[in-house]
Design a protein around this ligand. Sequence first.
Ligand SMILES: Cc1ncc(CN)c(N)n1
Length: 237
Amino acid sequence: MTAVTLENDQTTPVAASESGFTAELGRRYAHLFEDFYQHPFLSGLRDGTLAPEKVQHYVGQDHQYLSAYVRCYGLGLTLAPDREWMRYFHERTGFLLDDESEAHLALCARLGVTYEDAQVERLAPSAKAYVDHMMEAGRDTLGTLLAALLPCPWTYIWAADRYAHAEPIQDDHPFAGWWRFYADDSCLQMLEEMRAKLDAVAAQAGPEERARMELAFELSVRHEIRFWQMAWSLETW
Ligand SMILES: Cc1ncc(CN)c(N)n1
């Protein structure tokens, strides 16, 4: 009898066949990934009903957030044990600075506003709390920092992959450009690489550091949900 391998059906962040530290985390916190996916902000991006002011609030906040995320890669450079790790943070920084704003530009085009129009000066409280959490992780070990940084790509890329499989994104979808950016194969590959790197670091870490890594990861997933809520509620100070 032939063994049947259960492939990931995209409704959970981890395939049944996967093992390793990040697979364990993905399984343990799958309920938070589900909360992320079902948040009304993301539902509105799926069905195209999201109010323009919420989208614009998100773009302004997310631009600031991604700038802080790039700075966290700078912290990664200082924690890098060798040049291979330095190259990793260097290359990923290029993507964050040069490519990810495409996702924002797609939203601005839909809103009929320029990217400049969408800019804001201050991070909203929930966005700032997320940034502070990642920065704090950067004062710990490389493993803790990476664990805090992983939910950023994982939640979005998984959600976009799930949505794209459930419902192929049509050209006339109001937010097609945003969804396609994160559903692209290059994003999936980048996510796989980051997970593999964190798995390798976790395999060398002791139990105390692994516990701190897990907490950093869990809190970042929770911050991702709060970031939706921040944009949904137009949160300001
Ligand atoms: C808050 C947040 N989290 C994740 C992503 C996707 N890199 C993002 N652009 N913004």
